[in-house]
Ligand binder design. Structure first.
Ligand code: GSH
Length: 220
């Protein structure tokens, strides 16, 4: 039972990592106000939405809880768990289990997203005359993605969720990246990861995840 009363506003850009936070809030049955916007035609946040986000960078997700403002999805998730999930369901109190959850929370951005985004940014930014090299470049960059997914596949062997027997902040952080990398085909060609696919669909079928999708209008 949380002792602090929440007063959370979630700044939610369409098709973004903000789904992690909406999902976590739904899992914890915490009320929140959504300030949301679709992406601009260039794929970025529209300037008027960015201006509403109370951080210098103006990235999504960000939250405001009373007078506390937090950005970076892993830091937001950790704050929410520490403040409102006092039973430690999503961020275990046991140091070994907690370290494992935090390992995945870091890997979500620092390993999986970085390798997927390298390919997306190449697609977006390679100058026109160099575009003929894009397929070769994607193929080279996909080695990292395959290595990451092979690791995830082996960790999910015989398991429903990443750490322990139930969903944790590890799944909350990892889910979006994997969904995104599959949806945009960022280096996944030629790979086969049945455990990863089953785990992702398990996440997508959770009632809290479905509520987050419905409320936010999230779709990739
Ligand atoms: N590492 C940050 C990344 C935040 C980020 O890059 N958010 C993207 C959406 S997924 C964004 O706000 N893009 C819009 C823009 O840069 O205009 C996190 O985990 O929250």
């Amino acid at each position: 039972m949380a002792s602090k009363k929440s007063d959370i506003t979630l700044y939610f850009l369409g098709a973004s990592r903000a789904i992690r936070i909406a999902w976590l809030l739904e899992e914890l049955s915490l009320p929140y106000e959504l300030v949301s916007s679709p992406r601009a035609p260039n794929g970025l946040a529209p300037p008027e939405f960015k201006a509403e986000i109370p951080t210098e960078l103006g990235k999504s997700p960000a939250i405001k809880d009373g007078n506390i403002v937090i950005q970076e999805s892993a830091a937001i998730a950790e704050y929410i768990c520490e403040t409102y999930d006092t039973s430690g369901r999503f961020l275990p109190k046991d140091p070994a289990a907690r370290a494992k959850v935090r390992e995945w929370m870091s890997a979500a951005e620092g390993t999986f997203m970085i390798h997927g985004l390298a390919i997306l940014y190449a697609r977006w930014r390679l100058p026109e005359p160099a575009k003929e090299y894009l397929p070769e470049m994607e193929k080279g960059l996909s080695t990292n993605v395959h290595n990451d997914f092979d690791w995830l596949e082996s960790e999910l062997e015989g398991k429903e969720y990443l750490v322990g027997h139930d969903v944790t902040a590890a799944d909350v952080l990892m889910g979006f990246g994997i969904e995104f990398i599959f949806a945009r085909k960022l280096g996944t060609e030629g790979g086969d990861w049945p455990n990863v696919k089953k785990w992702l669909s398990r996440i997508q079928q959770r009632e809290a995840y479905k509520r987050a999708v419905k409320k936010s209008g999230y779709s990739l």
